[in-house]
Write a protein that binds this ligand. Structure first.
Ligand SMILES: NC(=O)c1ccc[n+]([C@@H]2O[C@H](COP(=O)([O-])OP(=O)(O)OC[C@H]3O[C@@H](n4cnc5c(N)ncnc54)[C@H](OP(=O)(O)O)[C@@H]3O)[C@@H](O)[C@H]2O)c1
Length: 320
């Protein structure tokens, strides 16, 4: 880990009493940015390759600890407190294992870990294409490695496995529903396999709120056997693919081209016959089209953890 070149040194107040400080990885994602905004006023350090952006609405960005998960092992300025990660779990898990073995004294200041994996570990388990099978394998191996590291060091762990993350936080937006919205703007009509399968998209702010909520409870109930270590997570609404698109259309401003795209519900067999040539061009894309008809839902809704009222889809703000 390189010495910090930012104006903020690694926070010396981390040893003061108060809520456990957080070291955040993957801060330059919409969920990371949302967490920075939700955690405003508390002790938080960002670890990553790029410094964090200032929170929306003004204020200083949090202190920055340069850390490339591929190359560092937490030897010089060890991250401490609660580690929360929205970085790819296959980078974070090996880094944590290296950190624990190469710097046990530094690791002693780690009080728990919240790491983001993906619901793909469940939903793509039986994929027919090699790309998705490799993804599942990488996610699973990383989850196992993280579990072993935390168990060996007696540190509490939560692995969040969110489905479809969407939304905007500060200047950062998602690259999935926003892409669909752009497609709606370009196409006069969009064929669908009937109403499509079920989806349970989660807004980046909801995911960040769940991570923060669980992080705050980790020191007390981190080893409570009643609390699941692996948490498949979704938004509060479960809706058919076509309904999700219609709600996205309705959430755009009047006059936005996305509103005028017609959603054309075709008989699913006819839709798949039309998509069949994709199988030759890209089996991965063909399987993604197949998945439009699959139910990718049934995950714990964010509000059940946070305790508030369910938030209907779409939660704002959306990425443009
Ligand atoms: N997008 C989705 O719909 C979705 C669905 C399910 C689960 N997830 C999971 O949710 C989390 C956020 O997803 P995302 O799509 O917004 O982001 P992502 O592209 O998976 O991750 C990018 C983040 O990871 C950091 N990162 C990557 N490699 C790093 C390295 N070697 N060292 C330090 N930091 C590194 C990046 O930081 P810098 O580039 O700034 O260094 C950036 O903040 C991820 O864990 C992802 O697997 C995403």
């Amino acid at each position: 880990m390189a010495a910090s070149t930012a104006t903020h040194a690694f926070d010396p107040t981390l040893t003061l009493p108060g809520p456990v400080p957080i070291t955040l990885f993957g801060a330059t994602t919409p969920s990371g940015q949302a967490l920075i905004e939700l955690a405003r006023g508390r002790r938080l350090v960002v670890a990553g390759r790029r410094p964090p952006l200032p929170p929306a609405g003004g204020g200083d960005p949090p202190p920055f600890l340069p850390c490339d998960l591929e190359t560092s092992s937490g030897e010089e300025q060890p991250p401490r407190g609660l580690l929360v990660s929205f970085a790819p779990i296959w980078s974070f898990a090996p880094w944590l294992a290296r950190y624990a073995s190469s710097n046990p004294a530094g690791f002693a200041a780690v009080q728990g870990v919240i790491a983001c994996s993906s619901s793909s570990v469940i939903t793509k388990r039986f994929a027919a294409n090699g790309f998705d099978r490799d993804l599942v394998q990488r996610l699973r191996q990383a989850e196992e490695q993280l579990t072993l590291t935390c168990a060996a060091q007696a540190r509490p762990l939560r692995i969040l496995a969110p489905t479809l993350i969407y939304g905007q936080a500060g200047p950062l937006g998602d690259r999935n529903l926003s892409k669909l919205r752009q497609l709606l703007r370009r196409l006069p009509l969009l064929p669908l396999p009937g109403q499509g399968g079920l989806r349970q998209p989660i807004h980046c702010r909801q995911l960040a709120a769940v991570a923060l909520h669980l992080a705050d409870r980790l020191p007390q109930d981190g080893f409570d056997p009643a609390q699941p270590v692996h948490l498949p997570l979704g938004g509060d609404d479960t809706l058919a693919y076509a309904v999700m698109l219609r709600r996205l259309q309705n959430a755009t401003e009047l006059g936005d081209a996305a509103r005028s795209c017609r959603l054309l519900a075709l008989p699913p067999r006819f839709f798949l016959a039309l998509a069949a040539p994709l199988l030759l061009l890209s089996p991965k894309t063909f399987e993604a089209v197949l998945r439009m008809g699959a139910d990718l839902a049934g995950f714990t809704p964010a509000h059940r953890i946070l305790g508030g009222a369910p938030e209907p889809f779409p939660v704002l703000p959306l990425a443009p």
